[in-house]
Structures are given as structure tokens and as C-alpha cells.
Ligand binder design. Structure first.
Ligand SMILES: [Zn+2]
Length: 310
């Protein structure tokens, strides 16, 4: 279900439509948007915008966050790709608007679609950790708060250029010991669901960057332990937790497959492993299915809808 509005940049929507009707210009072209109409809570989905006619400043707004998209020249003209999803902890099943905006022929185009998020049952997982990791002392509270603010700022990073490409590279090739979405119970107390994928790894195992990007945060945090945050553009952010060594620093550019650190057992853990998390426009999603697919396959089978931008 889509809803198209148009207007000239800077004008009100209503005025824009009126102007447009009065001008009655010749046909200039069309654009296409592709996104799913139904998707599981917690799972990443792909979207695209394309047109034979050049456009600029494309963005997509989803769950309260506006994501800037890149414009690339493809075989049939211009195309923009995005990856979005929803964090199972925060988002309930239901219908949510997805708003595409771009400027074409001096006209601002705005298309509103709807994605219906469908419930998915994630299993429960019982873990035993140090008691201070379930009930931190008062002394540790300011530190935890400070680190949460740093992580939140990293998750707000928005770069227009697309550094991510699919499929991502596995950060570590090993067994998954805990999957995304597991409803976690620590020492009998329920806590947030698992926000990433845990790979079994002995302390000191090299960790590769699944996507190219820029390091936006590193630190030794209370829960995450030694951690790295890498921004790959368009709201795509990778996080690596519980490391024994951090091999990069804030501002470093990393290439897909580059070793960024070594796995460890720091922070809230039950044993040595790598926690890899994928945050899309502020929403932690299940990274694992992405390792065995690519953007073309993700978009394949979805309805591609034409927007008449004349
Ligand atoms: Zn984990």
C-alpha cells in the first residue's frame, strides 16, 4: 500500500501539488521502490529505490529514524539500496510506515509504504554469570550510564556513502553458541533478549570485519567488555563485544575481511566467545541470515512498485 505526495523543495506539500497541476509539465519519468509488505520482527530486510532519471538526496524513514541512502549508477540508470529491520526488544508486531523521499527534476517526491511486522517466537535461554552482571553495584551505575550514552551516539551515526556490501564476511568461522532474539534469563532474572550472534571462539581468535567501514567507537565497557563499533554507511553498524584485544582505533577505515581485533572473555560472559551485533538505523537485528544471502536475493520476489513522478 503506497501513498505518493510531491512538492517542490521548500514549499508545503499542498502548495507543491497545486503548482504541479497548474504547470502541467511533460512526462519526465518514473521511479521504482522495492520493500517487503510483511517481515518478521528482528529480521533484516532490504529495500531499493531506482530510476532511469537522476535523483538526489534519497532517504528512507523507518521507526522514527531517517536513513540517508547513496545513489549509484547501475545498468538501467540510478539505484539506492538500504538495509533495515526492527529490534525484537523494542518493537511489537504491527503495521509501520516506511517513507521514501528524494528530489528529482527539482521536485521533492515522498512515497509512504507500509511494512507489517510479524511476530516470531525466539527461544528462551538460561545463563549463569557473575552476580554483579545482573545486579550491578551503585558504584558501577555511572559508568554503565556513560557507556550506554557512547553506544547510543555510535548507533546514531549516519553516513550517506554505502561502504557495506553483501554477503558480509563471517567475523569468525565457527559454531554459533547463542542466536539473536533468545529471551535471556541471567541467574534466574529475565533481561534484554540477545541482540546479536555469539560465535564460539577461544581467547585470541582473530575477528574480521563483515563489512567495510569506519571505526566510530572502541572501549572497555561494563557489559560489552572490550568492544568495537564500525559504521558502514546508511545506518549499518557492526559491533564486536567481549574481545581480548582491540586492533583498531576510532576514525580508522577498515576493509571487509580485515582483522579488527581478537576474541576474548571480557564483560558479561559465560565463557570465551565473540558477540557480533548488527544495528540497522538504531535497531539491533539478527545478523546471521545475512551471511548466506545478498542484496539481489533479498530483493528478489518482493513487489517492485512504480511511482509516477511526472
Ligand atoms: Zn552475545
Amino acid at each position: 500500500m503506497k501513498n505518493l505526495e510531491r512538492g517542490f523543495p521548500g514549499s508545503s506539500w499542498g502548495l507543491g501539488i497545486l503548482f504541479w497541476l497548474l504547470l502541467c509539465c511533460p512526462a519526465w519519468g518514473s521511479a521504482f521502490v522495492t520493500f517487503p509488505s510483511n517481515w518478521d520482527v528482528g529480521q533484516a530486510f532490504a529495500l531499493s529505490l531506482s530510476s532511469a532519471v537522476e535523483y538526489r538526496n534519497p532517504s528512507v524513514t523507518w521507526l522514527g529514524r531517517t536513513v540517508s541512502l547513496d545513489v549509484e549508477q547501475g545498468g538501467e540508470g540510478y539505484v539506492s539500496y538500504g538495509l533495515l529491520g526492527s529490534y525484537v526488544r523494542d518493537i511489537k508486531p504491527g503495521e509501520y510506515p516506511l517513507v521514501f523521499e528524494f528530489i528529482q527534476n527539482g521536485q521533492r517526491i515522498r512515497v509512504t509504504g507500509t511494512v507489517r511486522l510479524v511476530a516470531r517466537k525466539y527461544p528462551e535461554e538460561h545463563l549463569k554469570v557473575s552476580p554483579k552482571m545482573v545486579f550491578p553495584s551503585k558504584v558501577d551505575q555511572p559508568r554503565i550510564k556513560r557507556e550506554a550514552a557512547l553506544a547510543a551516539a555510535a548507533k546514531r551515526t549516519m553516513t550517506v556513502k554505502r561502504f557495506w556490501s553483501t554477503p558480509p564476511q563471517y567475523p569468525i568461522r565457527s559454531v554459533v553458541t547463542s542466536s539473536y532474539g533468545f529471551r535471556r534469563v541471567y541467574n534466574g532474572t529475565p533481561r534484554s533478549p540477545h541482540a546479536g550472534t555469539d560465535f564460539r571462539a577461544a581467547v585470541g581468535t582473530p575477528v574480521a570485519a563483515p563489512f567495510s567501514g569506519t571505526v566510530v567507537l572502541t572501549g572497555d565497557h561494563y557489559y560489552a567488555g572490550k568492544s568495537i563499533y564500525v559504521d558502514s554507511g546508511n545506518g549499518v553498524l557492526s559491533v564486536f563485544f567481549h574481545l581480548s584485544e582491540i586492533g583498531v582505533k576510532k576514525g580508522d577505515r577498515v576493509k571487509k575481511g580485515q582483522i579488527v581485533g581478537k576474541s576474548g572473555a571480557t564483560g558479561r560472559i559465560t565463557g570465551p566467545h565473540l558477540h557480533y551485533g548488527l544495528c540497522l538505523a538504531g535497531q539491533y537485528v539478527d545478523p546471521f541470515p545475512l551471511f548466506s544471502t545478498n542484496i539481489a536475493a533479498m530483493l528478489n520476489g518482493m513487489e517492485r512498485e512504480e511511482i509516477d513522478t511526472d
